[in-house]
Design a protein around this ligand. Structure first.
Ligand SMILES: *[C@@H]1O[C@H](CO)[C@@H](O)[C@H](O)[C@H]1NC(C)=O
Ligand SMILES: *[C@@H]1O[C@H](CO)[C@@H](O)[C@H](O)[C@H]1NC(C)=O
Ligand SMILES: *[C@@H]1O[C@H](CO)[C@@H](O)[C@H](O)[C@H]1NC(C)=O
Ligand SMILES: *[C@@H]1O[C@H](CO)[C@@H](O)[C@H](O)[C@H]1NC(C)=O
Ligand SMILES: *[C@@H]1O[C@H](CO)[C@@H](O)[C@H](O)[C@H]1NC(C)=O
Ligand SMILES: *[C@@H]1O[C@H](CO)[C@@H](O)[C@H](O)[C@H]1NC(C)=O
Ligand SMILES: *[C@@H]1O[C@H](CO)[C@@H](O)[C@H](O)[C@H]1NC(C)=O
Ligand SMILES: *[C@@H]1O[C@H](CO)[C@@H](O)[C@H](O)[C@H]1NC(C)=O
Ligand SMILES: *[C@@H]1O[C@H](CO)[C@@H](O)[C@H](O)[C@H]1NC(C)=O
Ligand SMILES: *[C@@H]1O[C@H](CO)[C@@H](O)[C@H](O)[C@H]1NC(C)=O
Length: 460
């Protein structure tokens, strides 16, 4: 404090007085114990620690230990004056005191030693100052490893049977039972009930979710032990039946496979014990078992129909329950081919559209150009055209003279979305095209543009 006000002065004074009072009382004789309750282990040595101090010069130090049980009179155990110990002869080999150290050693500790221990220290100068403390001692026998038994041990069918788990422990006092499932403490619930001491767990009714690793944890203040894990057998299922395949396109319960493929089906359902699986093939009016076991191999070459109906049945022979699932296998010869072709035809359409556009543009350009230099262009074109071109044109057109067909052709592509077949490249319809085949999807309208005047001029 930097400044001294009258009020601060007053409090400082008061503080000094209180401090003196407290220290004065405490300094007379201070007797302390680390803990007022001590848990001892039967058969072992136990020390009851006591600490005391005083700042007077003592002419005599006296230490006395007493023992009291509930509802009985205190008993004298031993005492000391200065360095001399005076034991009760009845207990002289059991208790040890080494003055001036006031701690008491009990060796060995028995169940009968349980109770309250009272220590009293007297210091004599010209008067006598005294202090005492009480320590409560509990004696426990460590627990042995518990054993869990299930009833019935053979297992139960879910929703039908009940399970009883009993925890027994060979040794131990003040045993507390705690049930664990998969390492986590288990609490009472409508389906789980405990006996009054928690040593027995009752599962009514047992369901699939009760499957797990159970253990019993026993403990007392001086020890804890856990039993081995026990997994009660609960029969359930089949649940979640489904069919999977390694190959093929699967949409819902329809599997599409290509001709020639070998497809493997897997039938699985959650069940205890494992299911018995059965594969059934269904015809129009008939059904027949084709295989037992969880796997089925279908060789698509060998199937007689394009569409086959199958069924997988799972049967649990303990719960007596069964489940079945239907699925269809469609064998296609062109299925995937078609898909690939669709992609191709789409790209060729794009190419043709591109060419058509180019031609239209070229034509437009040509018209513009022709308007300025019409004669020269035609003449040049005709001169540069080789003989073979004329012959080719003749065979395509079916006309006598290729010159009659001379002109500009505009290709207009009209795609037919319904058909996914290949595009025909014939420029002249009806020449050697066979309708009815799945080939034609694009119709080409050929528009002839004959530049009338210049052609006439040339022919003359
Ligand atoms: C004991 O100690 C306190 C302070 O620690 C002191 O005030 C007191 O006078 C002492 N008593 C004796 C007898 O020395
Ligand atoms: C205890 O010891 C003190 C000196 O430390 C002595 O004066 C006193 O007589 C002794 N008392 C007994 C009973 O031996
Ligand atoms: C009393 O004796 C024990 C050993 O037996 C020792 O640990 C403890 O510190 C002693 N207490 C005093 C106050 O000397
Ligand atoms: C008690 O002892 C103290 C010294 O420790 C002494 O001064 C005082 O006179 C004694 N009192 C009596 C009543 O003997
Ligand atoms: C299971 O417990 C219920 C209720 O206590 C009882 O009604 C049922 O009979 C028991 N089942 C078996 C198989 O013991
Ligand atoms: C139960 O214990 C077994 C073996 O001790 C272990 O393989 C399994 O994973 C455990 N189950 C659970 C749910 O902890
Ligand atoms: C408790 O039992 C009921 C049937 O009585 C069952 O439907 C339910 O799933 C069970 N709950 C648990 C957590 O086991
Ligand atoms: C039994 O266990 C429950 C917790 O699962 C606990 O609250 C209860 O005190 C225990 N009863 C006994 C007698 O140990
Ligand atoms: C039940 O099925 C299991 C496995 O599928 C088999 O091992 C067992 O022999 C069957 N039990 C009976 C009684 O059919
Ligand atoms: C299926 O049965 C119906 C009558 O139940 C019959 O008319 C039909 O011909 C049968 N089909 C085959 C393929 O056997």
């Amino acid at each position: 404090m930097l400044s001294w006000s009258p009020l601060a002065n007053f409090f400082w004074d008061l503080q000094c007085k209180i401090y003196f009072l407290l220290v004065g009382i405490c300094s007379a004789l201070k007797l302390t114990v680390p803990s007022h309750t001590i848990h001892g282990i039967e058969g072992q040595r136990l020390r009851l620690s006591v600490d005391y101090n005083f700042n007077t010069t003592a002419s005599e130090i006296q230490i006395i230990w007493l023992f009291e049980r509930p509802q009985s009179n205190p008993k004298y155990l031993l005492g000391s004056v200065n360095q001399t110990v005076v034991p009760d002869l009845e207990y002289q080999h059991k208790f040890t005191l080494i003055p001036p150290n006031a701690s008491l050693i009990i060796n060995p500790l028995h169940i009968s030693d349980e109770g309250n221990y009272i220590v009293k220290v007297n210091i004599r100068r010209n008067g006598t100052i005294a202090a005492s403390q009480k320590i409560q001692v509990a004696v426990d026998v460590p627990v042995a490893k518990p054993i869990v038994r299930t009833e019935p041990s053979s297992g139960v069918v879910e929703y039908v049977g009940n399970i009883t788990l009993k925890c027994t422990v060979g040794k131990g006092t003040r045993v507390v039972y705690q049930w664990m499932k998969n390492g986590k403490p288990l609490h009472a619930s409508p389906n789980y009930t405990f006996s009054s001491n928690n040593a027995t767990l009752l599962i009514v009714p047992a369901v699939k979710e009760d499957t797990g690793n159970y253990s019993c944890l026993v403990s007392n203040p001086v020890s804890a032990m856990e039993s081995e894990i026990i997994a009660p057998i609960i029969y359930y299922g089949p649940y979640g039946l489904r069919v999977k395949s390694d190959k093929g396109v699967n949409i819902g319960t329809v599997f599409t496979v290509d001709m020639g493929e070998v497809i493997l089906f897997d039938c699985s359902a959650d069940s205890n014990p494992p299911n018995t699986y059965l594969w059934i093939q269904r015809g129009d009016n008939t059904t027949h078992v084709i295989k037992y076991g969880p796997h089925l191999e279908v060789v698509s070459d060998k199937v007689t129909q394009k569409t086959m109906d199958y069924m997988c049945c799972a049967f649990n022979n303990v719960t007596g329950k069964q489940d079945e699932t239907h699925f269809t296998v469609i064998v296609t010869s062109v299925g995937l081919e078609k898909l690939a072709q669709k992609g191709k035809s789409l790209s060729s359409l794009a190419v043709i559209t591109g060419i058509s556009l180019f031609l239209i543009l070229a034509m437009a350009f040509f018209f513009i150009w022709k308007r300025y230099q019409p004669y020269k262009v035609i003449q040049q074109k005709l001169q540069s055209r080789p003989e073979a071109d004329y012959r080719k044109a003749q065979t395509f057109s079916g006309h006598e003279s290729a010159l009659d067909d001379f002109g500009i052709y505009e290709f207009v592509a009209i795609p037919d979305p319904a058909s996914s077949s290949r595009v025909s490249s014939h420029s002249v319809p009806g020449s050697d095209f066979v309708p009815g085949q799945d080939m034609l999807s694009t119709i080409y309208e050929v528009i002839e543009h004959v530049p009338e005047q210049p052609q006439q001029d040339h022919q003359q």
